[in-house]
Design a binder for this molecule. Structure first.
Ligand code: 13P
Ligand code: SF4
Length: 371
């Protein structure tokens, strides 16, 4: 086991005591070469000792780091073992072989990992990494919806708490929302489905299908900030650019874009089509990470920061692994129910490439559940 660190937990130094020495430099230079266009030379001596320590600690703890596309580039590219959108991270969490999962993402993602792999230790570097969608609805709200609409399936976005998933019928992500809504309608033999809690995602999905959708007044605080005027200004300033949006954006924003899809779908589009210039209407770190993969593409970077995603830092990941701290627990009864909703989603046929939303289709007005 050459190269493996055997230092007991307490012997790992405080994060601030890690130094950028010749050994760290030699072990991390190849990683800097990867991110040099999105991480400045001034930042690297601060990041490199943490990256080196995290990568060595991972081996010692038998841990895997799952990193969402919105992680900052030094996390995403230098310590993330598996990277991707919410659906991919859930699929990987269900199949992970390592005993320890560190979720470099927000709390609902860590909870999803714990629900799907209950025997594993799931750590999150910061317990306060929430989500405006997850906090927009409670398990009690979903029970009230169920009581009011007993004959309609409840499709719940994964950006929700375990309790909300537990009282729902099936989960979805932005990578499979249309597929899940249509499958749920077919299975229940109905023409209307409840899709909660993101009202914009619900309307954008409704534009893609004949199934009628009732929703909830939740929104992503990052994507709801983009306006049609933003897109018009960008289009005028960069007529040669391809504009890509996330389906958590309001429909009048999505309608002005050339392409819409999950973060995984956006990344796949840029990789496959290699446009000369691209504009990603989404969270800020996404462009940095897609730029690393696609050095030939020029990116214009309008963006909104997700304050919850940004709570995850290299220091936090190091401390989580060093002290095995911030373990995520889910009540076993709730976890069993929530697992059924997640599993119903994971059991649907896997699509080779994340599907996109047709931005030319008009979204209907929002129709909300009344409870
Ligand atoms: P996806 O990665 O599934 O597109 O989700 C985006 C998001 O906002 C996650 O919080
Ligand atoms: Fe939630 Fe939006 Fe942040 Fe994703 S980007 S975690 S949906 S607030």
């Amino acid at each position: 086991m050459d190269g493996m660190i055997r230092t007991p937990i307490s012997d790992w130094p405080e994060a601030d005591a890690l130094v950028y020495d010749d050994g760290v430099k030699a072990r991390t230079d190849h990683l800097y070469a990867r991110v040099k266009d999105v991480v400045t030379p001034m930042e690297w001596p601060v990041f490199a000792p943490l990256i080196d320590a995290i990568n060595r600690l991972k081996t010692e703890r038998g841990a895997v780091i799952l990193a969402h596309n919105y992680m900052t580039p030094e996390i995403f590219n230098c310590v993330g073992d598996i990277t991707g959108d919410s659906l991919k991270l859930a699929q990987v969490a269900a199949e992970a072989e390592e005993d320890v999962i560190v979720q470099a993402g927000v709390h609902f993602m860590a909870e999803t990992a714990k629900i799907l792999s209950p025997e594993k230790t799931v750590l999150i570097p910061d317990m306060k990494a929430g989500c405006s969608l997850a906090s927009s609805i409670t398990g009690a709200d979903v029970r009230a919806i169920k009581a009011a609409y007993p004959d309609l399936p409840i499709v719940t976005y994964v950006n929700t708490s375990a309790e909300v998933k537990a009282y729902s019928d099936i989960c979805c992500t932005s990578s499979n929302a249309v597929q899940v809504v249509e499958a749920a309608a077919a299975q229940w033999g109905v023409d209307t489905v409840i899709l909660i809690p993101d009202q914009y995602l619900a309307r954008n999905v409704a534009a893609q299908t004949d199934i009628k959708i009732l929703t909830w007044k939740g929104a992503c605080e990052v994507h709801e900030e983009f306006t049609p005027g933003d897109i018009d200004e960008l289009r005028a300033a960069h007529p040669d650019a391809v504009i890509l949006t996330h389906p958590e954006c309001p429909p009048d924003v999505m309608a002005r874009a050339d392409f819409a899809g999950s973060t995984g779908a956006m990344a796949a589009y840029v990789k496959e089509r290699a446009p000369k210039k691209a504009i990603l209407i989404t969270e800020c770190s996404m462009s940095d990470n897609v730029a690393v993969e696609n050095p030939g593409v020029q990116f214009v970077r309008p963006c909104n920061l997700c304050p919850h995603m940004k709570r995850i830092t290299l220091k936090g990941i190091y401390e989580a692994l060093r002290d095995m701290q911030h373990e995520v627990h889910v009540d076993p009864e709730i976890a069993d129910l929530a697992r059924a909703s997640l599993q119903a989603m994971l059991d649907l046929p896997r699509l080779a490439t994340p599907p996109h939303f047709d931005t030319g289709k008009a979204a209907p007005a929002a129709a909300y559940v009344s409870v």
